[in-house]
Design a protein around this ligand. Structure first.
Ligand code: BES
Ligand code: MN
Ligand code: ZN
Length: 486
């Protein structure tokens, strides 16, 4: 989708859209049109679209009103994205090639307009490279959006939003690719290509290096796969020299069969997106690099494939992590925490970060608790937790804090090793988080974000169609912008 800016409305405009705040129907509409909007119960709620035909000189044009909710909502930006996305959803395949976004009667600022455009662009994203045939009704006809009457500062605002779009689209691409295409090594190569001219630095650990570092926990998960495991670190140093970075760490299980504790067949294909945490971290880093964020940030992803071959790890095996702590692997399907244990420890040793936030599709129990509305966060630090919650509300990547505590921690004590990798029947997401916390150094502010319910959507949502959502990129971008950049 081509997005351009223009001083005046193109003469031949056939489809014109306006953004309308809740209860603020424009006063200059033809009477029949505004009566029609009222009759259709159009109130300007986020995502509502009403359209009709109006006379434009000698021509007839289609006029669409897109609702954006209340102007003073704390969720203003997500609502504006939803307004833009609703326009794309409605007109993407409707036969029109150009949509004119007319801002002449609007008081949106540049950043707000940029988020409308972000919504338009993101809802247009699709991944068709494996389709060789396409039905006519699926073909996209909408090719360009022309913005008329954009406010001051639009160039800068759109550059930042475009960086965000690029990051989110990269995350969606990584998540959407099947596991025969994206595996640990190819994940790294995809990143090498994407980060080539961004100024970010990539560091890769192969299995020999991880062996040397003593990463028995991560390597144990990958040992049943013919694909080699990797750790990838992406560094962006846009801040003061020597200032400790903020670290993001992602679970990158490129396919999770469960290993010897194998999963049931039905729905197992979903586990191609068990690298959604890693994809969010990679996309977030791409956004920060593209908009040249004034902060030091490192993104680390632990990449493995969890498969059950003759060399696979068995239930009951005891492994030694890089931290020196030993783990009794009672269930090979609780593998994400084993990968993160070593990735988190190495991140702290290597980069001495000021804060650590990990992203992981860690537990099915998280979906049972929060569904697909909020990711769960678990943290040892009230300030970091509050910062994430604020970034979530503002950006639309919403998070909800869950508890941690000594009583939960006890549930993963093992009779044979320092800990076991599963707790009991209850509190599955919390015991997983307790496990991760055992790999966080005393005094390091840390938060774990369980995004199991957020990576993939079964139905269209705010700015996405069915499929990969790109969750996490906005959260990373906003957290850095609001707490690490000056
Ligand atoms: N990747 C899964 C969690 C998951 C399940 C994410 C469904 C998204 C959708 C994770 O590795 C896993 O298998 N967790 C187990 C943990 C259990 C064995 C303690 C689970 O949630 O069942
Ligand atoms: Mn698993
Ligand atoms: Zn998993």
């Amino acid at each position: 989708m081509h997005i351009q800016f223009s001083q005046s409305r193109p003469q031949a405009a056939r489809l014109i859209a306006q953004i309308v705040d809740k209860g603020k129907l424009p006063s200059d509409l033809p009477r029949a049109f505004s009566e029609g909007a009222k009759a259709a119960a159009f109130k300007g709620n986020p995502g509502q679209v009403f359209d009709g035909f109006v006379e434009q000189g000698d021509e007839i044009a289609r006029l669409a009103l897109a609702g954006a909710g209340k102007g003073d909502s704390p969720e203003r930006l997500p609502h504006l994205e939803k307004a833009g996305a609703a326009l794309t959803a409605k007109y993407q395949s409707a036969g029109v090639e150009e949509l004119v976004l007319d801002l002449s009667g609007s008081n949106l600022n540049a950043n707000e307009v940029a988020h409308v455009l972000l919504g338009l662009r993101l809802r247009n994203w699709r991944y068709d490279i494996y389709r060789t045939k396409m039905k006519d009704e699926h073909k996209v006809t909408l090719k360009s959006v022309t913005v008329v009457g954009a406010p001051e500062g639009m160039d800068q605002a759109w550059a930042a939003a475009s960086a965000l779009a690029e990051g989110i689209e990269f995350t969606r691409e990584l998540v959407t690719e099947p596991a025969n295409v994206i595996y640990p090594e190819s994940f790294v190569e995809r990143c090498r290509a994407r980060f080539a001219e961004t100024g970010a630095e990539l560091i890769v650990l192969d299995e020999a290096k991880m062996e040397e570092l003593g990463m028995g926990s991560l390597l144990g998960v990958g040992q049943g796969s013919s694909r080699e495991s990797r750790i990838l670190a992406i560094r962006w140093n846009g801040g003061a020299p020597g200032e400790p970075p903020v670290a993001f760490v992602g679970k990158g299980v490129t396919f999770d069969t469960g290993g010897i504790s194998i999963k049931p067949g039905a729905g197992m294909e979903d586990m191609k997106w068990d690298m959604g945490g890693a994809a969010a971290v990679a996309g977030g880093m791409l956004t920060l690099a593209r908009r040249k964020a004034k902060a030091n940030v490192v993104g680390v992803v632990g990449l493995v494939e969890n498969m059950p071959d003759g060399n696979a790890q068995r239930p009951g095996d005891v492994v030694t992590s890089m931290s020196g702590q030993t783990i009794e692997v009672l269930n090979t399907d609780a593998e994400g925490r084993l990968v993160l244990a070593d990735a988190l420890h190495w991140t702290q040793e290597e980069f001495q970060p000021s804060r650590v936030v990990d992203f992981a599709t860690l537990t099915g129990a998280m979906i049972v608790a929060l569904g697909n509305e909020y990711a769960g966060i678990f943290s040892n630090d009230d300030q970091l937790s509050a910062d994430l919650a604020a970034a979530g509300t503002k950006s639309g990547d919403k998070v909800w804090r869950m508890p941690l505590g000594a009583a939960y921690d006890k549930l993963i004590d093992s009779p044979i090793a320092d800990m076991k990798n599963i707790g009991g029947r209850g509190a599955g997401s919390i015991t997983a988080a307790q496990f991760l916390q055992r790999f966080i150094a005393e005094g390091t502010p840390w938060a774990h974000c369980d995004i199991a319910g957020m990576v993939w959507a079964d139905k269209p949502g705010r700015t996405w169609n069915k499929g990969a959502t790109g969750f996490g990129v906005r959260l990373i971008d906003t957290l850095i912008a609001d707490t690490a950049e000056r």
